[in-house]
Design a protein around this ligand. Structure first.
Ligand code: DX5
Ligand code: ZN
Length: 219
């Protein structure tokens, strides 16, 4: 079943729990947690404390997307009862295999994300160990950017690799998803769709969440 992971990067932080309750009411599957350090990406978002402030206020699992340098130093901070995935960037990891094993040793699923200009081939010797591959369809750092079309071809290729090799990692796409392109993204082989501004910057967050879900589950 296709899943939706709204990104709280685009939420109103002054009423975060309330807006998270709205995506939960709309049937969202995960809370996508965009952590930015101002080094790996040219923006600072929030850290583990903000994510942890949602504990006890939602039943949704956390899908943690670390856009940070030296992620190994911070993995434990993001471990909570709600944490489902921790995803790191291939471009930020000198010892990617070690980092992936570190994530798994904490008892959560491990994802690796690729920037738009990074080839799928960088995953050749690690793909069997991954629970998720996150394809960036914008350059990471900001919400509300325009979808980069070459990501679609990348998702199709990755989906084919998964089929040909008999693997079962999930494919996630992140950046520029909206109600107009979400079905194409899902049809290309994406399992988990991240959407930030297209969910939170709308007048009725619950209703928009429902619309996304109905589109991705009807393909
Ligand atoms: C970008 C983040 C995305 C972002 C998506 O660096 O990783 O998750 O919040 O936002 P939209 O859906 O607005 O492009
Ligand atoms: Zn993200």
């Amino acid at each position: 079943m296709k899943k939706l992971a709204p990104s709280i990067l685009s939420a109103d932080f002054s009423k975060l729990a309330e807006e998270v309750a709205q995506i939960e009411a709309g049937g969202a599957d995960y809370i996508h947690v965009d952590v930015m350090d101002g080094h790996f990406v040219p923006n600072i978002s929030f850290g583990a404390a903000v994510m942890k402030s949602l504990l006890g206020k939602t039943n949704l699992p956390f899908d943690v997307h670390l856009m940070i340098e030296n992620p190994d130093d911070y993995l434990e901070d993001f471990m909570t009862d709600n944490t489902a995935f921790i995803t790191v960037h291939q471009e930020a990891c000198v010892h990617l295999n070690r980092t992936v094993q570190h994530i798994k040793s904490l008892g959560v699923k491990a994802g690796v994300s690729l920037n738009p200009a990074t080839s799928l081939s960088v995953l050749d010797y690690i793909i069997e160990d991954l629970d998720m591959v996150l394809i960036m369809s914008v350059n990471p750092g900001f919400g509300g950017q325009k979808f980069i079309p070459s990501a679609l071809e990348k998702i199709r290729e990755l989906s084919e690799v998964r089929r040909a090799e008999g693997l079962d990692f999930e494919i996630e796409v992140d950046g520029g998803a909206n109600l107009d392109n979400v079905q194409e993204l899902a049809s290309a082989g994406t399992d988990i769709i991240v959407a930030g501004s297209a969910v939170f910057k709308t007048p009725d967050i619950t209703e928009t969440t429902k619309q996304f879900i109905s589109k991705i589950r009807s393909i």
